[in-house]
Design a protein around this ligand. Structure first.
Ligand SMILES: Nc1ncnc2c1ncn2[C@@H]1O[C@H](COP(=O)(O)OP(=O)(O)O)[C@@H](O)[C@H]1O
Ligand SMILES: [Mg+2]
Length: 446
């Protein structure tokens, strides 16, 4: 049996006034593999524990196969959890670790056949007589998976099960989990902070931030049509470039988005999504360009729909199969607070003198964000002064472009760039996507 899991407007606080999960609604279909993705502390484990019955639900409803289940005992839910720290009994062999829950469930039955079948499925027959201390991390996690599988649960709940393993093993076990859960057809809710893991495993990915659901969709949908700056920035490597821009839509000339020292000229005739940007005339926006939207090429080779800019090479990251080039284009990056340290205030003296709420305060307020603060910060809209040093941990430059490893680039070169405006994202000051239009339905066949 596999379960449908529904959460309706579920909230949870550990201390009064601070919701760590805030109005979460999710419909998880029987047999679906759903990934809960978000940065550390955003409430992923809490959601999983509420589904398991290990944590009370303060507000809202949990339905299992359509039945109100908020108060069901964990054992009644028939779900199996797999944790990051493997959680095996140290004084039991692999065989007993897998068989123990079966004995508890049905003391009269012999667990051996089910243990044997599970071990064959996982290829761990030779580990059954060893104790956890005699197993490597990957082997322990396989035994822990075996314990979950042998119970024939109605759902798997996995909480960062691969986080403690090295990269190679993680990829290997990731593929194994994907194969096994699909073979078994059991509903799986999988928690991770690793977007690459989420994208490769999930039928759908639910992006959480500060306890609030940002978006849920297939990996393709959340990548191609992120609802806001947070999802856009959290998903995909290298990180999407987010630049502060200003929309200029004169009645008698070409529409452009100014990026500070340069501008993107929108190709005519304007497509529908670009026409809709007209109402932003004179407003500051956030331009999102994934690295595949920009190429290094002579301006004379521009194709229809491409806009020409130039970039100064600041840093070259050689990766073997490709190069990531960090350019300075004279524009200013927008800061996504959950994902990086905010920039130092550009002009503290001026801001301190100001009476009442600062621009930043007003933005925070308008963003309507609860615990987590604003999705994105534009420190000082309209400020055109020189940029302070980049935040800690961020490389210099404002635009990262991918290129083939044979291209010889070095620091200080002026390089022509072409931006494919069919792949342009524009977000408003609250960080919500306005281009492509928010009503646009994913026309990706899936
Ligand atoms: N038992 C608890 N008591 C108090 N606060 C908690 C408890 N468990 C988690 N929290 C807090 O709730 C928030 C969400 O935690 P958690 O669900 O573990 O996040 P995640 O799994 O996404 O890292 C965090 O701020 C965490 O400190
Ligand atoms: Mg957690």
């Amino acid at each position: 049996m596999t379960r449908a899991i529904e959460l309706h407007d579920v909230s949870k606080s550990y201390t009064r006034g601070t919701r760590v999960v805030d109005g979460l609604s999710l419909d998880i279909a029987p047999g679906e593999f759903l990934v809960l993705l978000g940065p550390s502390g955003c409430g992923k484990s809490t959601v999983l524990r509420m589904i398991a019955g290990l944590e009370d639900i303060d507000e809202g409803e949990l339905l299992l196969d359509g039945e109100y289940a908020n108060h069901w005992q964990p054992s009644e839910r028939g779900m199996a959890m797999v944790f990051q720290n493997f959680a095996l009994y140290p004084n039991m062999t692999g065989r007993d670790n897998i068989g123990f829950p079966l004995r508890i469930e049905d003391p009269g039955a012999d667990p051996a056949p089910r243990v044997g079948a599970t071990a064959r499925m996982l290829g761990i027959e030779d580990l059954l007589d060893r104790f956890p201390s005699q197993l490597s991390g990957g082997e322990r996690q396989r035994v822990a998976m075996g314990r979950a599988i042998a119970r024939h649960p109605s759902a798997f709940l996995m909480d960062e099960p691969l986080s403690n393993l090295d990269a190679k093993l993680r990829n290997h076990l990731r593929a194994e989990i994907s194969r096994l859960t699909r073979e078994l057809g059991v509903t799986t809710v999988y928690v991770t902070h690793d977007q690459a893991e989420a994208m490769s495993l999930g039928d759908r990915v639910a992006v959480l931030r500060g306890g609030v659901l940002q978006q849920v969709g297939t990996p393709r949908q959340v990548y191609a049509l992120p609802r806001n700056v947070f999802t856009a920035a959290f998903i995909g490597t290298p990180r999407i470039n987010l630049l502060r821009g200003l929309v200029r839509a004169p009645l008698d000339g070409a529409m452009t988005i100014s990026l500070g020292k340069q501008a993107l000229r929108l190709p005519e005739p304007l497509c529908l999504d670009h026409q809709l940007l007209r109402v932003q005339q004179g407003r500051e926006v956030i331009v999102g360009l994934r690295s595949e939207a920009v190429r290094i090429a002579r301006h004379s080779s521009a194709r229809a729909g491409e806009a020409a800019i130039t970039g100064l090479v600041e840093h070259v990251e050689f990766q073997g199969h490709e190069i990531l080039v960090h350019f300075d284009t004279g524009s200013r990056p927008a800061v996504v607070p959950d994902l990086e340290a905010p920039r130092p205030a550009a002009r503290p003296a001026r801001r301190r003198r100001r009476e009442g709420p600062t621009v930043l305060d007003r933005l925070r307020e308008r963003a309507g964000s609860r615990r987590a603060g604003p999705v994105v910060v534009l420190e000082h809209p309209g400020d055109t002064g020189p940029e302070p040093a980049p935040p800690e941990g961020r490389l210099p430059g404002d635009l990262v472009v991918r290129t083939t490893p044979d291209l010889r680039l070095h620091h200080g070169m002026q390089v022509p760039l072409l931006v494919d405006l069919a792949h342009l994202f524009v977000f408003d000051q609250q960080g919500d996507r306005i281009c492509p239009s928010p009503d646009r339905l994913p026309d990706l066949d899936e």
